[in-house]
Write a protein that binds this ligand. Structure first.
Ligand SMILES: CC(C)(COP(=O)(O)OP(=O)(O)OC[C@H]1O[C@@H](n2cnc3c(N)ncnc32)[C@H](O)[C@@H]1OP(=O)(O)O)[C@@H](O)C(=O)NCCC(=O)NCCSC(=O)CCC(=O)O
Length: 548
């Protein structure tokens, strides 16, 4: 058989002279230029045993479970939360009735920033981008009628993660549940907040200390809980390329591992419960290759660089979400198609859990109808397309394997660069991540504005605006929250509250693990703001330096 070069020269080039290639930007979203075709010649250095293996085996390129979706479909986990705990509880039940198989909680901005709903800074934001949770009283309502040993719940919470997790645990304890059977995930990834989303409270070092407290405490008390979801999603949404998302996120993961090792923890006790979270954008093969490369890098680094011995420590398990940033407000129904394609990429990439965005993503929090269509999209992929019936069906595709190699190499280049500069905290201090992402975002935006990249309905195929109904948040939520908080403060035992807060402050002074103190604060009905504030007296608050 002739070589690829021979075919390119003798067949492709003459054909392209007669019928030229389209004048189009074929680059993927990581600015990588694909060749017209891939063949076995592109995989000469590739070793199927070393680089691919079998599903459920090192290096897990083909998936972490031997049977992947033939054994269990991915968890359909729609990110939901708005208004009051009562309203979100209703939405949770509606989604479970519609066939969702896991829960995922969106908190409002005050909660994400560690403020109670009645704090002056919370005004106008209560219940707007998620549900308001200021104490165990809200948590009890939020999960009413949901058994924490039967449904796994994810909570997207970062700086206040320890406190919110403790409230969830306290609620399970009050229901008499065995914590050994309570499964779920807290996002708890503070590094990407400094890099991208900027919802931080304390400076990086004490923030990471609080995260490592969960690494130490979690596996002993809640062995089924994923105490971190190291997140590329927000890095990507802030403008990073797919390769940057992969590299920066894995570097964050390694940073936590190093900090846990510095504390003297056993890697094979904590690493099996580290989980990840990726953003799945429009470039179909890039996203599939990214997920495969992610598993391979993590496995190799955990085994060969960090010396983990337990195969579960080598497995990168992930949630994925379709890319909110890719869903324009123009012609919003088109987003149903984008989400379907992105979700298919997540599934072909072997995700464990998936959120599909609603078509009204750019306009407001989703209506129930929009969220249901997004969930149905997953169900159509799962039950109608046949893609869940064969494990890693794209393995061996010349292009997918080559792209997996190239993405792995590009990401490893960044990871080595970050190690050389002194690690992730050094990169945050110097503004490295922000500058890299700003440059990528600028390049993409220029491509769109010069029509070098077509976005259907935005810079081409444009038509008049279409109205769609949007979800509105009742401003009464703020009043109801303030009333409930006042009642909590009236009815709780003030001495127990003070003692719990003092004990929490002491952990910041002594460096002791904070989780037992957070759990006692939850049971004592300390508010979220009180807990965050008491730690501010020791840790201070982080002010981001200007990057020049
Ligand atoms: C590990 C994951 C990724 C997925 O956990 P899940 O429990 O859903 O799935 P799982 O681990 O695959 O499966 C559950 C159990 O079944 C087992 N299992 C699964 N498949 C199997 C198979 N084929 N054969 C044998 N066993 C199998 C697993 O080993 C596991 O048990 P064992 O555990 O015993 O092994 C977790 O962390 C998670 O659910 N993350 C969700 C994060 C999330 O929703 N984030 C929302 C962010 S939203 C956000 O940030 C905002 C974004 C925005 O701005 O819009």
């Amino acid at each position: 058989m002739k070589s690829k070069n021979e075919w390119m020269q003798s067949v492709y080039s003459p054909a392209a002279q007669k019928f030229p290639e389209r004048k189009y930007n074929f680059k993927n979203l990581s600015d990588m230029e694909p060749e017209p075709i891939y063949t076995a010649d592109d995989l000469k250095d590739w070793d199927a045993e070393r680089d691919l293996g079998y599903p459920g085996e090192f290096p897990y390129t083909r998936g972490v479970q031997p049977s992947v979706y033939r054994g269990k479909l991915w968890t359909m986990r729609m990110f939901a939360g708005f208004g009051s705990a009562e309203q979100t509880n209703e939405r949770f039940h509606a989604l479970l009735r519609a066939g969702q198989t896991g829960l995922s909680t969106a908190f409002d901005l005050p909660t994400l920033m560690g403020y109670d709903s009645d704090h002056p800074f919370s005004k106008g934001e209560v219940g707007k981008c998620g549900v308001a949770v200021s104490s165990l009283a809200d948590m009890e309502i939020l999960f009413r009628g949901i058994d924490p040993t039967q449904v796994t719940t994810s909570m997207t919470i970062n700086s206040p993660a320890n406190a919110i997790w403790a409230m969830y645990i306290a609620n399970a304890q009050k229901q008499g549940k065995d914590l050994g059977q309570v499964g779920g995930t807290i996002q708890n990834d503070i590094l990407k907040e400094f890099i991208a989303q900027k919802e931080f409270i304390y400076p990086p070092a004490p923030s990471v200390k609080l995260v490592i407290d969960t690494f130490e405490w979690g596996p002993k008390v809640l062995p089924k809980w994923n105490f971190i979801s190291v997140s590329g999603y927000h890095i990507r949404e802030a403008g990073a390329t797919g390769v940057q998302e992969l590299a920066f996120t894995l570097a964050d993961g390694f940073h936590y591992v190093e900090k846990a090792l510095e504390r003297g923890l056993n890697i094979d006790e904590f690493a099996p419960r580290i989980s990840f979270f990726w953003d799945i954008h429009n470039d179909f093969f890039e996203e599939i290759a990214k997920l495969r490369a992610a598993r391979r890098i993590w496995a190799r680094q955990m085994r060969d660089h960090y010396g983990a011995k337990n195969p579960r420590s080598w497995m990168l398990r992930t949630h994925s979400q379709t890319a909110g940033v890719s869903l324009p407000a123009q012609q919003p129904l088109n987003n149903i198609a984008r989400v379907a394609i992105q979700a298919l990429a997540a599934v072909l990439g072997g995700t464990q859990s998936l959120h599909t965005d609603s078509f009204d993503e750019a306009l407001a929090l989703p209506t129930e109808e929009a969220a249901t269509i997004a969930l149905r999209t997953q169900q159509i992929i799962a039950y109608e397309t046949g893609v869940a019936g064969v494990v890693d069906p794209l393995a061996g595709s010349y292009y997918v394997e080559k792209l997996t190699n190239d993405i792995e190499a590009a990401a490893m280049g960044y990871i080595e660069q970050i190690r050389m500069m002194g690690g992730v905290e050094a990169g945050i201090d110097s503004g490295f991540f922000q500058l890299e992402m700003a440059e990528a975002a600028y390049r993409y935006q220029r491509e769109v504005e010069t029509k070098d990249r077509i976005v259907v309905g935005v810079n081409e195929f444009v038509q008049d605006a279409v109205e769609v109904p949007i979800q509105l948040i009742d401003p009464q939520v703020e009043v109801l929250q303030a009333e409930r908080l006042a009642q909590v403060r009236r009815e709780r035992d003030p001495q127990r509250v003070q003692a719990a807060l003092d004990a929490l402050r002491d952990t910041a002074v002594t460096g002791a693990n904070s989780m037992p103190a957070f759990l006692e604060c939850a049971h004592a009905y300390c508010t979220l703001g009180e807990q965050m504030d008491i730690l501010k007296t020791v840790y201070g608050e982080y002010v981001e330096p200007a990057i020049v």
